[in-house]
Design a protein around this ligand. Structure first.
Ligand code: NAD
Ligand code: ZN
Length: 367
């Protein structure tokens, strides 16, 4: 399968089982570059060596560099270390980077590529479900600082993305869930059929390659349409934040003990409850969502709703709040987010917010 992301500049996504060995060597040969594969040190060795051997066998100059895995290493310091290594090895503008890993790797290496020698090409080879359906589409790159996540970065498009579903075979269950939650988010805001497909795929997603491909493809299409409609995040892209306003607050107050997927799953439920309380959405959607998240093994437990004051304080500080008031994406129905007068996120009155938070305290409470 093949998708074209029409951003500036446009780039292709190749998606399929076996796509790396099928297409990557010829694609790279056509570029006439030296290649540097950058991975984190937890990406399975077999996956990294497979890519290295593909390039070696094609007669290309390819070297591998690693950085320590994890969100805590998605920093300016790691970027500087990699830059120093590249400079030491005298890589110049004739270099193309290959970001081989999850979203941490594509964000970090994308940022690195955007500033190295004032910008060199980068190809994304996502190896997590989340990086395929989310991080490798849209051109956002960046690193974290102690002030928050992704605060330093660029908009920079990769030359191409190769999504080979074969690499997902080694993905641990928690990483599957992280990806599935973002797919569920895409379905909620833009595609009711995708939601239904996820409902009937719980037991087969990992073992049915054709189904997995279809679901990744549809999810990528949703993100593609949204980012193409709003390249620099002025409006429509806010939809992609669905579940993340509450999700980020949960993540932060839980001090990252919950995975991103678990926190966003809880965020999706609470934000969906807001639409129900506001009278926009049928309550059955909330029930269906809860069943689906549970079926995909998401553990929906947190004590953060017991401390209302801390939670409200956290929400006020959200990047996307305006004048201290949180704005939320709302649903009109399953697969259809609300848009009105060019607004894609809406301020929520305190009564509705309190009601949803009361519900959450009861529903997710751990005490
Ligand atoms: N740029 C964007 O638009 C965008 C969108 C969403 C998320 N993100 C970013 O993505 C990051 C999260 O990405 P992630 O969830 O992929 O995390 P990650 O990159 O940290 O990967 C998770 C873990 O899985 C390991 N791993 C990767 N591929 C594997 C495989 N095939 N088999 C076994 N293990 C494997 C990694 O080594 C890592 O330890 C965050 O930093 C987030 O900010 C960016
Ligand atoms: Zn997310």
């Amino acid at each position: 399968m093949h998708l074209q992301i029409k951003l500036n500049p446009p780039y292709p996504i190749y998606l399929g089982s076996g796509i790396l060995s099928e297409l990557l060597p010829d694609y790279c040969r056509s570029l006439n570059k030296r290649f540097v594969i950058i991975s984190d040190d937890q990406v399975p060795t077999e996956t990294v060596l497979n890519v290295k051997h593909l390039l070696d066998d094609a007669g290309l100059d390819a070297r591998v560099f690693y950085f320590p895995a994890g969100e805590i290493h998605k920093t300016r310091e790691t970027k500087a270390c990699l830059e120093n290594v590249l400079l030491d090895w005298q890589y110049g503008r004739d270099t193309c980077l290959l970001a081989l890993g999850g979203g941490v790797t594509t964000d970090l290496v994308g940022f690195l590529a955007s500033t190295y020698c004032r910008g060199i090409p980068v190809i994304y080879l996502p190896t997590t479900l989340l990086a395929m359906v989310d991080a490798s589409i849209g051109g956002k790159t960046g690193v974290n600082t102690r002030h928050g996540k992704n605060l330093i970065g660029t908009f920079y498009q990769p030359l191409a993305v190769f999504m080979d579903t074969d690499v997902l075979k080694t993905l641990p269950p928690e990483q599957w869930s992280n990806g599935v939650v973002e797919i569920i988010k895409h379905a909620l805001i833009a595609n009711a059929e995708l939601f239904q497909k996820l409902q009937v795929s719980v037991d087969s997603l990992k073992n049915n390659p054709q189904l997995l491909l279809e679901i990744i493809h549809e999810s990528c299409l949703i993100k593609k349409n949204i980012v193409e409609g709003d390249e620099k995040e002025s409006g429509l892209r806010q939809w992609l934040n669905y579940g993340h306003t509450i999700g980020h607050a949960v993540e932060s107050l839980e001090e990252y003990r919950l995975s991103h997927g678990q926190a966003v799953a809880i965020g999706l439920l609470v934000e969906t409850k807001l639409s129900v309380e506001a009278g926009f959405l049928a309550a059955s959607v909330l029930d269906d969502l809860e069943k689906l998240l549970t079926a995909y093994q998401l553990r929906l437990k947190t004590a953060v709703f017991q401390n209302r004051k801390a939670l409200l304080h956290q929400l006020k500080g959200d990047k996307k709040s305006k004048e201290g008031e949180s704005h939320f994406v709302m649903l009109n129905k399953m697969g259809s987010a609300r848009v009105m007068d060019d607004a894609y996120a809406f301020p929520i009155g305190s009564v509705i917010l309190e009601r949803a938070l009361d519900w959450a305290a009861e529903r997710f409470g751990k005490n």
